[in-house]
Design a protein around this ligand. Sequence first.
Ligand code: ACO
Ligand code: ZN
Length: 220
Amino acid sequence: KETKDQLIIDAGQKHFGATMCKSCGMIYTASSPEDEMQHVQHHHRFLEGIKYTGWKKERIVAQFWDGKILLVLPHDPSYAIRKVEDVQELVDNELGFHQVVPRCPNKTKTLLFISDEKRVVGCLIAEPIKQAFRVLSEPTGPSSKECHRAWQCSDVPEPAVCGISRIWVFRLKRRKRIARRLVDTLRNCFMFGCFLKTDEIAFSDPTPDGKLFATKYCNT
Ligand code: ACO
Ligand code: ZN
């Protein structure tokens, strides 16, 4: 069955006949009732999760023509914390992370990118760290997508200040420099009074997307 918004997406493996929902961004096979069901469930939960209704108190740390970045700290009002938890759950679902407990939950800093349509379209979670291990191998070629997150790391620790445990941008808003603006803003507000250098920040357990972004970000 051919429809107008039928796409063939090359995401490592090819999803033939896959459709991408134009509002929630989920890729699914419209011809499969099971997939369709999953989409309906995901669609509602996801759009509810990224909805931003406006808060009585919000800490705006950056403003742009297409949105703003809010900083959420551990002792903020429960409505803010709950939103961060909801968004993190969606992100973890997408990334396949399960219950990663932060090392110092009271030092976690979360940045949310709020779009003009009042949606949380970007999220960055950071925590203080003391050291990081450099990624050594650069998997290349067609098999690189298969060794998902199997990067080889150096066993020599290097000093670092800030660890990014999550960075995520809503699928339909990617490649608009939202992740870049989140990291720029983080470098500015992670430690009072200084702008962190790129080698003071580390990305933990990067996905292939995360690694492509981090490599590009740190070289420019
Ligand atoms: N492929 C190739 N290059 C990329 C990619 C990609 N998928 N994503 C970013 N880049 C590079 C590009 O050079 C880009 O600049 P350009 O668009 O001018 O060429 C540059 O990085 C800046 O990209 P942004 O637009 O700022 O990145 P974006 O807002 O699209 O977000 C992110 C990148 C967060 C990785 C997004 O793709 C995403 O949410 N992916 C799914 C979740 C994920 O894997 N997150 C990383 C997990 S690892 C961790 O959390 C520590
Ligand atoms: Zn949808």
